[in-house]
Design a protein around this ligand. Structure first.
Ligand SMILES: *[C@@H]1O[C@H](CO)[C@@H](O)[C@H](O)[C@H]1NC(C)=O
Ligand SMILES: *[C@@H]1O[C@H](CO)[C@@H](O)[C@H](O)[C@H]1NC(C)=O
Ligand SMILES: *[C@@H]1O[C@H](CO)[C@@H](O)[C@H](O)[C@H]1NC(C)=O
Ligand SMILES: *[C@@H]1O[C@H](CO)[C@@H](O)[C@H](O)[C@H]1NC(C)=O
Ligand SMILES: *[C@@H]1O[C@H](CO)[C@@H](O)[C@H](O)[C@H]1NC(C)=O
Length: 217
């Protein structure tokens, strides 16, 4: 009986206070910069958007909130706070992830920082740059043009290339390609053995031939 009570107490205590730090699923184009770091009243994020508390806070919802407002840093703290910033004021002091043990207001199975403890995420967006045409590449299921492409469907092939390079810039991938009137692909590079085709075979609408652009810093 005594052991059972101890066990039940442990379960309750764990459920209430002991949220395990779990690397959360974070939206495309962002990454964890500091799993758990020290924050203070002067704020570690540059141009910190403030300590507003949200009832739907999670790492993902905070990142989406900051991303929509064009910030490149996001941090969750003290359960409901979502901080957005343009950079870091200084190199954060890392804290053990067990310090980031407060549950998120938007999902009690995720951790959202602690008292003066912040989980910091960073956008991988590329700085605005030029995109240079790389020509046309075969793109079939067996012979893909891109290595591990991320696909997104865009509304029409009206300014498809422009929209697609913008999207790839935003998610931090330096290769961009379009085909089939609406298929925009982003990648970190060409697939091994990618097959170049003569210029003019591609247009934005043709299938299985990818019109490729590469980011230039
Ligand atoms: C974010 O940047 C995009 C692209 O530059 C722009 O269209 C949009 O209006 C900006 N949003 C905000 C909230 O500033
Ligand atoms: C939770 O984190 C705080 C610091 O944010 C720390 O003092 C405390 O020991 C942690 N609690 C547990 C159960 O790890
Ligand atoms: C809360 O987060 C957990 C862990 O990532 C996930 O499995 C679960 O689906 C989330 N719950 C809600 C309501 O989003
Ligand atoms: C899409 O591209 C095809 C081939 O280049 C063209 O015929 C068509 O008019 C384009 N559609 C739009 C909406 O731009
Ligand atoms: C082209 O796009 C359409 C949808 O817009 C899709 O149904 C079709 O499978 C695509 N074709 C190829 C070869 O990817």
């Amino acid at each position: 009986m005594g052991q059972l009570l101890v066990f039940l107490f442990a379960v309750i205590a764990f459920a209430r206070f002991g949220i395990a730090f779990d690397p959360p699923t974070i939206p495309l184009g962002w990454t964890t910069a500091y799993p758990c770091a020290v924050d203070d009243a002067s704020r570690i994020l540059a141009k910190d958007s403030g300590a507003a508390a949200y009832t739907d806070n999670t790492p993902a919802s905070c990142i989406e909130r900051c991303d929509a407002a064009n910030y490149t840093y996001a941090g969750v703290e003290y359960s409901g706070e979502c901080h957005c910033g343009t950079g870091l004021v200084s190199i954060p002091q890392a804290a053990p992830t067990t310090d980031c043990n407060m549950t998120c207001t938007g999902n009690s199975s995720l951790s959202c920082g602690g008292a003066w403890r912040i989980q910091i995420y960073k956008s991988l967006a590329l700085a605005p740059g030029e995109w240079a045409p790389q020509g046309c590449f075969l793109d079939t299921p067996l012979m893909p043009a891109f290595s591990a492409p991320v696909h997104t469907a865009l509304a029409s092939n009206l300014s498809l290339v422009h929209q697609c390079v913008d999207y790839c810039t935003h998610i931090g991938m330096p290769f961009s390609g379009v085909e089939n009137a609406s298929d925009c692909q982003c990648s970190l590079g060409l697939a091994a053995g990618a097959i170049a085709l003569p210029d003019g075979v591609c247009n934005c609408a043709a299938v299985e031939t990818l019109m490729v652009y590469k980011y230039q810093e």
